[in-house]
Design a protein around this ligand. Sequence first.
Ligand code: ZN
Length: 405
Amino acid sequence: MQSWPSPPIPGISGTGRQLRLYDSASGEVRPSDPGPTATMYVCGITPYDATHLGHAATYLTFDLVHRMWLDAGHRVHYVQNITDVDDPLLERAQRDGVFWRKLAEREIGLFRDDMTALRVIPPADYIGAVEAMDEITTAVQQLLDSGAAYRVADADYPDVYFDVTSSGHFGYESRYDEPTMLRLSAERGGDPDRPGKRQPLDPLLWRMDRPGEPSWPSPMGRGRPGWHIECAVIASNRLGPTIDLQGGGSDLIFPHHECSAAHAEVLSGKRPFARLYTHAGMIGLDGEKMSKSKGNLVFVSRLLHQGVDPMAMRLGLLSGHYRQDRAWSDEVLITAQERLDRWRKAAVRSGAQAPAVVEAIRDHLADDLDTPAVLAEVDAWAADDTLDGSAVGDAVDALLGVKLT
Ligand code: ZN
């Protein structure tokens, strides 16, 4: 799938830092320590609704990771998927009376435009589940052959499930206890109560064809894939069996990242699937989590349409730490716009060079992406009329992705 154009990234002087990030699997902030080519997989959208600020906050988080790795001299191989066939997409298409492929195309187009406006560096591989169908069916068959997968005893729909005990350490990524895993599985698309499964937490790998649903041919019979296997396959077929970072929103910690890691590990025989599992917090509106069920989503495209500067949106989302659940409000946006105006004035002024500011930006970002500390540092620079603008302006562009001039 076509991604979106890359924003230009100015070169800045000095040397990059080793990025440390919080890892959900160990519960610690750890060095990212990639090789010459850093590998990152971030779960993409299910394209049934436009990009809301919660999505944007997640992709901005991993955009900062991307920028920090580039600054430290790594090449970055970044892969993202699009879940372009799944229940929420099909349900929305049915509700709105549109063909599901048309709905997906339209929403993917909007997402590309939003990412372009927000100056997010695109993935090198932007892969839809539908275009990866052959890879996915091969993997499901491999799991069946190895005994890690099985069919439920259901005469009508003998769907294929993954046996979570086959990975040998299921639960290591989220570190949730069983009641929590069961609750989240039920809330987030799993089916712990389905009769005939070996374990309630076993996730779906292949759903046999139902009337009125799209399906693809496979050795298992016509059907469509579960969600977790899609990411396991798209990631490991492009990045190898062990990747530097698996990223996404904190609502993906379980079951999605737990299950996709287990699939990938059983397929490759190598563990862990990712050296770091890093998750971005949720964005709320007026004291409530932003979610489709609450109907309180703030869409990037709508704000753009209203004339909001995407750089102010970016600064507003970066004003809180990426791991914190945090609120969006008109005040957040107004504060961000005022900050952006001050920084833009400062970026064009002449004065004494301030290399220490650039180094401080790097230090704060290297410390688990401490953007509130970066913003305070740049605020102090902007307030000092004796300091020159261009070098700090370039660093803000290259590292924070906020274009000032
Ligand atoms: Zn995923």
